[in-house]
Structure formats: C-alpha cells, structure tokens
Ligand binder design. Structure first.
Ligand SMILES: Nc1ncnc2c1ncn2[C@@H]1O[C@H](COP(=O)(O)OP(=O)(O)OP(=O)(O)O)[C@@H](O)[C@H]1O
Ligand SMILES: [Mg+2]
Length: 486
C-alpha cells in the first residue's frame, strides 16, 4: 500500500518511522537485512569484481557525497579520473525505484598486530528493509554493475578500428563531434537521439520480438553535409567504439565474415560511400554470375552484397549484440535496391544543404551568438533562394571570421547570392547531379540554371549593392564568368 499510494520522498520518512516503531515493539527482530560485498572472494583471495563496481557506484553518488565532511580520494588506474569515496565505516544512502538502501564502507582489523598477524578486511555492506528484498536482489545489484560499466566506458578512451589485410588495426578515437556541435535540420538530432536511446534500452524488446539487437542507419546527402561528423557524434553519444570497414580492402565473403565476428558489442560498424566502396553484384547478379561460371569455386568466395547483407540482417546478424550499422553515400539512387528494401536499414537519414535552422546552430557554435540584426534578412534570403550551400562551406566562412560576426554573416549572405550567380562556373558537380536526376542534356541543364539565375540577378545586385561593400567588384568578375559560360 505504501509503495503504491505514497510518493517516494514521503514514503522514506514513513518507512523509517515504521521501522523505528518496529524496533521498539520487537527489539529482537531486525526489519533490515544486509548483503556483504567483500574486497576479495572468500577462500581464493582473488579480487571481487562486484566490490570494485560498488566502489565506483558509491563514488558516483556525488549528491550524497556532498553531505559528508570527510571523504577518501583515489584512482583505480593512473589514466582514470579521481574518484571520491567514503571514509572507513561511513555510510551513505541511495535509492532505487523508490526503495531506500544504505551502503557502509566496512573496515575491520583482524588478528594480532603485535605478532604481525594483523590484517585489514574491507567490504561494502548493503543494508535495506527485508520487505524490499525482491526489489534489491538482483535488480539493484544489476543496476550497480550497469552504472559502473557506464562510468568506466565514459571515462575510457573511445577506439576506432580499421581493417587491413584481414585484421583490425586499432587507434584511439578523439573526434569531438557531438549532437550539440552538429548543425542539422530541425528535429533530426532529436529523432536520432530518441531512436538511439530506445535502442540502447531495448534488449528485452528485441529479444521478445525475435529480432537481433542491432540498428541500421543509412546516411545520405551531398559531400560536406555532416555524414561522417554524425557518425562520430553517434559513437560519442552512445560511448561506442567504431569499426570503419573499408570494403575495398576485403576480397571475399569469408574475410568479411571473419572481420565482422571479431567486432565487439556496443560498437558502430561503418561502411562509408557504400555506392562506390566496392563493386558488388546484387543478389540476382550473383546468381547469374554463378550460373555462368558454373563449377568455378572462386565465384562463391568473392565479396558479394548478399555476403554483407547476411551480417546486416541475415543469420549472422545475431553474432555480437548491441551494434549499430551505418552506411553512408552521396548518391542514394545508385545504391542497390536490396540495401534500401524496407526494414533493412532502420532509418534513412538525409543530410542536406544548410537550412537557416542549421545556420543558427553553426553561428552559435562558431561565433557564440544566438541572434543578430542581420539574421532576419539572412533567413529571408535563405528560404527564398535556390542556392544550396553545405554546412561545411558555411562553417569555413564562420571560422575565418570568428571575431567579427558582422563580416561572417555578410560573407554568408554574399555566398547565398553570389554562389547562385556563379553556380554554373563553380559547381560542375551540381550540373551533373541535376542532369542525372532529370535525364536532360548537359547543355539544357546549364542553360536552365543560367536563365533562372540571370533573371534573379538584377534584384540581387540591387540588394547587395546596398548591403555588401565590394559587391560590384565581385559581380564584375562573375559577369565575365557568366558571359563566357552562357
Ligand atoms: N551539419 C554539420 N554541422 C556542423 N559541421 C558540419 C556539418 N556538416 C559538415 N560540417 C563540417 O564540415 C566538415 C566536413 O563534414 P563531414 O566530413 O562530416 O561531411 P560528409 O558529409 O561526411 O562529407 P563526405 O560525403 O565528403 O564524406 C566537418 O569537419 C564539419 O566540421
Ligand atoms: Mg564523410
């Protein structure tokens, strides 16, 4: 009844009152029980892992530790940060699912100091009401182990592995990218973080539904829109290691299999530029080839798309749990349809050119400003303009004017107009992309681009003549470029 109807803070007082009353009424019956976690495993003197975990957990109860006047400071390993802990025989309170528990750092001297037979025995003693036994064992102890594992992962160095001659080469991973440093369209970061959270807590969900505990993301978009940065942000957010799988260095399915079975759980497996990293036949193609080559045994051992898919969601996907697969590409339309099939990659995430929302994030990160009088103009021009600039290009502009927000924003404003007028000149890639999408000839594509830009130019020139010093000099140059191109 208490646990159901009374809120936790009040319940603690009532619990305590009731247990004091109980002790008065029945002094010989202790309502509490204890679990002792010794430093060494009894009998064989090997260290007790749980003792270390409890130490880390108790040290993480910072809020409670602030109430103690005398603490102990230590490091488990030289490279780790300083931890605080209780003095000998001090106690600290913790709560779990509304249940109150107490940890005591128990130290007892055993034996006789005079004849050198003295020894110190250390343990943590967990004390809680007997009525809470079912909530504590094993759920609370599991929770302590998990907190310790999370803290250790947080403090430990992230690692990045890359494949070379069939083996993984390890390096430390220090990429500082986070969801906070990424400039994405509104809502994307939140959607990915929510998905990652659900994934990390979803072990029982995945198992209940007969699914391998893994997640797949396809990141696609033009170069410089933050695909690789997002991968780093995901790894940093999840505290996972990264396996950067270079498919061009893998020659056959067996090598791929042997590499993937040697990846650890809690890791991100990345294949960048999946469309061009290796020429893999799709499943139909593979069958055709095999039938053509008949008895050629080599044909079955080369690297195929189905070999890869077998790991992504085939039988082998269950080997090693809690893994995230991320594929990236600049050209989603060039990816084999087998990879895009619904359910194969859980999320398809488009990282596109810089929106005003993303720009504001970049301005906050690079210039340290939340708002600026020129933002209004910029938002208008960014929303209306057909110009597309990548976050990487804008980040570079802001970085070169870090101490002068006015100049930085002027440069961005100019980019959105001037780049527009010179798109044909500076971005052959965009002409090819457009042509690829619309199947028109290069000439028609270029003409269309130029025509639309020229019609806008007059008003833009007027606008920038007022706004940006030196604009005339730039447009003169652009006029030349334009004339020659048109
Ligand atoms: N959305 C973004 N937010 C913040 N910075 C970004 C963003 N996109 C790109 N950048 C900056 O531009 C640089 C290049 O970005 P990144 O390597 O992540 O792009 P990419 O999409 O992986 O490009 P490619 O397709 O060529 O691999 C990064 O160092 C990063 O600082
Ligand atoms: Mg990249």
């Amino acid at each position: 009844l208490l646990q159901t109807f009374i809120p936790p803070p009040l319940r603690q007082y009532i619990d305590r009152g009731l247990s004091m009353l109980w002790e008065r009424l029945f002094p010989s019956v202790d309502p509490y029980m204890e679990i002792q976690v010794d430093q060494n495993v009894a009998g064989n003197h090997s260290p007790n892992e749980l003792y270390k975990e409890v130490g880390v957990h108790v040290g993480s109860l910072r809020f409670a530790l602030h109430t103690h006047d005398r603490l102990r400071a230590y490091k488990w390993e030289a490279s780790e940060p300083i931890s605080l802990n209780l003095q000998d025989n001090d106690s600290i309170e913790d709560s779990f699912d509304g249940v109150q528990v107490f940890w005591t750092n128990a130290v007892t001297e055993k034996g006789n100091a005079e004849n050198n037979g003295a020894s110190t025995e250390r343990s943590f003693i967990l004390r809680f009401l007997k009525t809470d036994r079912e909530n504590i064992v094993p759920a609370y102890l599991d929770h302590v182990s998990k907190v310790c594992a999370d803290i250790e992962r947080e403090n430990s160095q992230r690692r990045i592995f890359t494949n070379s001659y069939g083996n993984w080469e390890e390096n430390s991973f220090n990429h500082p990218s986070t969801f906070d440093s990424l400039a994405l369209d509104a809502g994307i970061a939140e959607r990915i973080m929510a998905d990652l959270q659900a994934f990390s807590k979803g072990k029982s969900f995945y198992h209940r539904n007969g699914r391998a505990w893994k997640r797949g993301y396809l990141l696609y978009g033009p170069p410089g829109t933050g695909k690789s940065s997002l991968i780093a942000a995901i790894a940093n957010y999840m505290l996972y290691d990264i396996y950067d799988l270079e498919l061009t260095k893998v020659s056959e399915n067996t090598e791929l299999k042997s590499l993937l079975v040697r990846t650890s759980p809690k890791s991100v497996i990345v294949i960048e530029d999946i469309d061009c990293s290796v020429k893999m036949s799709n499943r139909d193609g593979e069958t055709d080839d095999d039938s053509k080559e008949g008895a050629d045994s080599n044909s079955s051992s080369r690297l195929t798309l189905s070999g890869l898919l077998n790991f992504v969601d085939g039988l082998w996907s269950c080997c090693g749990e809690e893994r995230i697969f991320i594929f990236t590409t600049n050209f989603k339309e060039r990816i084999d349809s087998a990879l895009l099939r619904p359910g194969r990659m859980d999320m398809h995430i488009l990282l596109s050119y810089c929106s005003f929302h993303a720009f504001k994030k970049l301005a906050r990160n690079y210039l340290g400003i939340q708002d600026h009088p020129m933002f209004f103009e910029l938002e208008k021009i960014m929303t209306k303009s057909s110009v597309q600039v990548t976050p990487a290009a804008i980040a570079a502009m802001l970085m070169s004017n870090q101490d002068n927000p006015d100049a930085a924003i002027s440069e961005v404003l100019a980019a959105f107009s001037i780049v527009n007028e010179s798109t044909c000149q500076i971005s052959v890639g965009s002409i090819l992309d457009d042509r690829f999408a619309s199947q028109r000839s290069v000439e028609t594509t270029v003409n269309d681009k130029c025509a639309s830009q020229i019609s806008h130019r007059k008003s833009k020139r007027h606008y920038f003549r007022r706004r940006i010093p030196g604009f005339f000099r730039k447009t003169k140059h652009l006029d030349q470029l334009f004339t020659s191109r048109t």
